[in-house]
Design a protein around this ligand. Sequence first.
Ligand code: GMT
Length: 377
Amino acid sequence: MNIGIVCYPTFGGSGVVATELGKALAKKGHRVHFMAYNLPFRLNPFNENLFYHEVSVNDYPLFEYQPYESALASKIVDVAMYERLDVLHVHYAIPHASVAYTAQQILKSKKIFLPYITTLHGTDITLVGRDPSFEPVIRFSLNNSNAITSVSESLKKDTLSTFKIDNKIDVIPNFINIEDYSKAGNTCERKHYAPNGEKIMVHVSNFRKVKRVEDVLKVFDKVRKAVPTKLILVGDGPERPAIEKLCRELDTCKDIISLGRINDPMDVLKMADLFILPSETESFGLAALEAMAMHIPVISTNTGGLPEVNVHEVTGYLSNVGDVDDMAANAIKLLSDEKLLAEFKENAFEQAKKFDINIILPMYEKLYQKMTSKEMV
Ligand code: GMT
């Protein structure tokens, strides 16, 4: 099939999912056309079946805000016509679902039918999408999507309670490629970061408010007083200055290693004993799944779709949002008991296997086939 994928190229789970999906589809012989305003950060388009079409939004003094939507809709129309797309898959509803609808209507006027599938990722519904000013556009473009998928049951429930959606929503969870994780080498030296045999905790995120990175530091401060531990922070974002200030106040900076943005955190995860994700809301928690694929148990909140990924007292522990005492007590329990830690590491890996690409990819392929079947056209 010829598949068009629209996504945000920036550091974030929706872009990662879109990119990994496109790469896996290309490996199976589909021709995949990415459309984004920058090269998605995990995409290497040197593959005979992968193509990247940049959406360039020209700067013009008249505009305070550049017309991204118009540029993207025009790009979709162009790629659909000249690459003969069978289906368009847009990731993140805002504004991609309504742009897909516009492109579909333009193509219809040229007697071309292009079905589009919208994948909801989380904040497009739970944060940004909650802004009432977006409601008519989101509702309309979701109701007109030829298919909608959500990355968790929890997000499906949130979507149905926030918007009046008459369309069916299929849950297709996020995924990892277990084989890639099993092959990851030891390029990072554990003893470099934990020279005295300390345990290693890791947090990976885009450092937005919703990630509650300050709770990572508060939990870590309690943990390191009970078990010698180092904390590795991967990522960057608007909360980074506040985090640096807090680490000075707590006097924990000497035990924290901030690595900034890393395209693929596999090497860092390979060294870790425990992953922490204390988010305010999380539709799925792809970063936690990536850690589990590396045999790392997870300390997380019990919000959104996280309980669908991290199983309480099996692959890690779940706590209420903001309950740093509980998260610290759970982390200490695991890090101070080698037998328990080894058991949880194995459980985390077993759970991650349920989200392997080989299980999830056929769900998307089946949906694409249904959308392009004779009945739909
Ligand atoms: O983080 C966001 O603001 C949006 C989005 C992204 O692009 O990273 O994250 C969401 O999508 C991921 C992939 O489906 C999910 O794993 C994340 O849980 C979800 N983030 C939130 O719900 C906060």
